[in-house]
Ligand binder design. Structure first.
Ligand code: PEP
Length: 257
């Protein structure tokens, strides 16, 4: 079966509740049930406080758009001031959480080990992880991108069985392309996405690898999306800047049809 593309907007730390409701409503207003329902999985990865308001808008309009968190903590509850657990986002109706975004790795001390704990906590509650991997410019320039990224994939899925890996999505996001306007070429991106898929085949199995969505993220926009999605191993996008305006995000969704 062909993989259903995914278009996931990573709002990062943008949009107050009132702004989130407006943006979600603008996207929902353009939802084309007949064309989109079976063709693309759409996900809004919002700040925690926006999850419930966005979900309420989407449920009221009966559109098939998921909400997802941008991070979670691995313990289900307890004395972890400032953290949010998987059961908390599950009750809101989240389908996924982004895990291991490079901004969390660089700014908030996320490691391969904590990524793995978070992925395990999500799949144990039957939620999916959108696991972000990607190399810095220094790693790309010294020629070790594939080694670096596939090691991140192995670490993220360590100790998971194939069924659990199958609940997840991997987003390849070269750090040098995030928020910089500099995109990986389709060939550069596809080469790494193919290596990610091959790694999933090794650590899970061929069928899981064949079915897994591997997204590209890093300055994807309406001008470069077609060339990226045309590549064999790129099954959609994790979108930062271009997900903050309904017009550009809807254009990216339509590129998946
Ligand atoms: C991201 O932060 O996941 C991202 C891909 O950002 P941008 O699209 O702005 O490069």
């Amino acid at each position: 079966m062909a993989r259903m593309p995914m278009m996931a907007g990573n709002w990062k730390m943008n949009n107050t509740i009132s702004e989130a409701v407006v943006l979600t409503q603008e996207i929902a207003n353009q939802y084309e049930k007949k064309e989109w329902d079976e063709a693309v999985e759409i996900v809004l990865c919002t700040p925690f406080v926006d999850l419930k308001p966005a979900k309420t808008v989407l449920d009221f309009d009966k559109v098939k758009i998921e909400v997802a968190a941008q991070n979670v903590y691995w313990e289900p509850s307890g004395a972890y001031t400032g953290e949010i657990s998987v059961p908390m986002i599950k009750e809101i109706g989240c389908a996924y959480s982004i895990i291991g975004h490079s901004e969390r790795r660089e700014l908030f001390g996320e490691t391969d080990e904590t990524v793995n704990k978070k992925v395990k906590a999500l799949v144990a509650e039957d939620l999916g992880a959108i696991v972000c991997v990607g190399e810095s410019l220094a790693v790309r320039e010294d020629g070790s991108t594939i080694e670096f990224v596939t090691a991140q994939v192995r670490a993220a899925f360590a100790g998971l069985d194939a069924d659990e890996v199958a609940q997840c999505v991997v987003a390849y996001e070269p750090i040098w392309a995030i928020g910089t306007g500099r995109t990986a070429t389709p060939e550069q991106a596809d080469e790494v996405c193919a290596a990610i898929r091959a790694t999933v085949a090794e650590i899970a199995d061929e069928a899981t690898a064949e079915d897994m969505r591997v997204l590209y993220g890093g300055s994807m926009n309406p001008g470069n999306v077609d060339a990226l999605l045309a590549m064999e191993n790129i099954d959609g996008g994790l979108i930062g800047g271009a997900s903050l305006k309904a017009e550009s995000f809807v254009q990216l969704i339509k590129a998946c049809l």
